[in-house]
Write a protein that binds this ligand. Sequence first.
Ligand code: ODT
Length: 175
Amino acid sequence: WAQDCQVANIPVMQNFDKSRFAGKWYAIAKKDPVGLFLLDNVAATYVIDESGKMTANAYGRVIILNNWEMCANMFATFEDTPDPAKFKMTYWGAASYLQSGNDEHWVIDTDYDNYAIHYSCREVDMDGTCLDGYSFIFSRHPTGLRPEDQKIVTDKKKEICLLGKYRRVSHTGFC
Ligand code: ODT
């Protein structure tokens, strides 16, 4: 394939099955957006209700008001779209001073049992590439990705034009 950094052409997970995606995922790497929020110790738990609607809660270490360090408890609801791997996420914090808003929530790839690649472009540039966005590499294991999943994840980072843009997300037990 040829590299195509157009947001509209980013390949997402085929036949995404949200019920298999449910449960807890540990963020092990992150590409930050402008105005970075979740720093580290980040995990997200997805729930699918009887009607098939997806919700999630997440936690992570944040620094607010310049210097106050805390664990943010965050919640999200997801609106389905015609593409099963693409959702519109509405999110808010347990406390009013935490971030809230609406973001895209795309699942680029996952094997459901070990790794997942999340992607969200917040602002598409004039040329169709992403001007501001963020992405999480998730693992079912807090210890990180299995060696056999690393190449798959590296290839996908390249495909979404974010190779080299990630930092590691540590899990120290802070949250
Ligand atoms: O950390 C940043 O810089 C941007 C992230 C803002 C969104 C955080 C909202 C979390 C809402 C609850 C969880 C849902 C799971 C979402 C998956 C990815 C974001 C953590």
